[in-house]
Design a protein around this ligand. Sequence first.
Ligand SMILES: [Zn+2]
Length: 482
Amino acid sequence: MTHDAAALAQRLSAMVRVPTVTPLTKDPLSPETASVFTAFQDLLRELYPTVFAVAEVSVVGRAGLLLHLPGTGGDPDPAGPGSLLLMAHQDVVPAPAEDWEGTGWTHPPFAGTVSEGEDGLTVHGRGALDDKGALLVLLEATEDLLAEGWRPRADVHLLLGGDEESYGASAAAAAEELERRNVRPWLVVDEGGAVVTGIVPGLTTNAAVVGVAEKGLTTLQVTVSADPRKPAHASTPPRRSAAGGLARAILALEKHPHPVHLDDVALRMFTGLAPHVPGLLGRALARTDRLQPFLGRILPLAGPELAAMVRTTTAVTMLQASPAPNMLAATARAIVNMRVATWSSVSEATAHVDNVVRRAVGRGLHVDVQVLEGSEPTPPSPMDGRWDAIRTAIAAAYPDAVVIPYTMLAASDSRHLARLAPAIYRFSPLFMSTAQRASVHGVDERVTADSLLRGVRFYRALLFGHDDASRRGPREEASATS
Ligand SMILES: [Zn+2]
């Protein structure tokens, strides 16, 4: 397969043109949606014939594909390099299909326009970065290696999710299927980080940020109720209303955020960046461990992204009170969406809100805090030989980038795999400028062909390097990593 930039761009363009918009419900796919995903998978089979010929292909969930490339080396050493699970998803978030003019998009979101501009050859459209670009480079590298006659020593699974952007049901189904087959991946790669610029002010180099942990997520419903025996007419309001109580609760939540803490991942992240940050900030970051209390106070002020990295966040999203203009609300409700820090838990985060809310609402009102959904944060992945394998593959593709671990703020499909695989690294091997990062789930999503070329190099190095390692005996492996 030719690996010139233009050919990669054309193949990604073809993928963008199939509008695999995420199914919005948990129900079975409608015939229309199902036919779009079928068309997309037909395209994949056409573009990557060797992958689909060599792999055992299973459908997982509604539109997910699980591809198994059987290893040739028999049972791998449980402690040494083992099987890989490499993930990317086929579905995309919505974008205007027809009436796209005036919505901020420069090119039609599903036209797959390829342009030659300032940044070189670029593919435009929904999914160019999230996550079809990553899916393309994964399949390109695998196709190439297989076509050259390479076969993996240990099992390789490719999981192409079909509904990551809604509930990730296909990834959950894949986890069940892998569990049934008794597969315990040694290393998992899924979307998350990328190669980025400017994550801290003044950073002089590109940073390849790799998600080694994922925050938890919980949604709470806070209900404040007034005494039901009191009159409910708006002409005779009480001193303390349910709506007023809820308002006090919300203000208190903003005034009392969760405590700040710099965990191991944050320490590694900041000290790793320090040599590439000039001036006072660089010197402070180099001493993150000793300056913990100071940085803990400063970082939340440096922007919402840094703030979210060092604490559990609380966002009040939905509000509900009286149904009529002349009626007092008997109950007032708020939905609170929290992203739980890795060192905390859903119950601890809930207790914090419960405590703050109860104190703020005041006497004479009834408060209820209910957990609507909760998923715990994932523990950090090990920084052992597997982290080295990721770093080596990044160096092959982006030799100038500093490789940094971080905690992912959003949830990814790989959370479903956490119980099977303790080593999950969330990283798309694509370069994303600050503007490109904003284009994910936004307008003008785009990726450069240069990024795609580098992405192929990353997966090639990961697959091939991993295979090299598994060819070595356990003893050689041990001395190589020590
Ligand atoms: Zn995604």
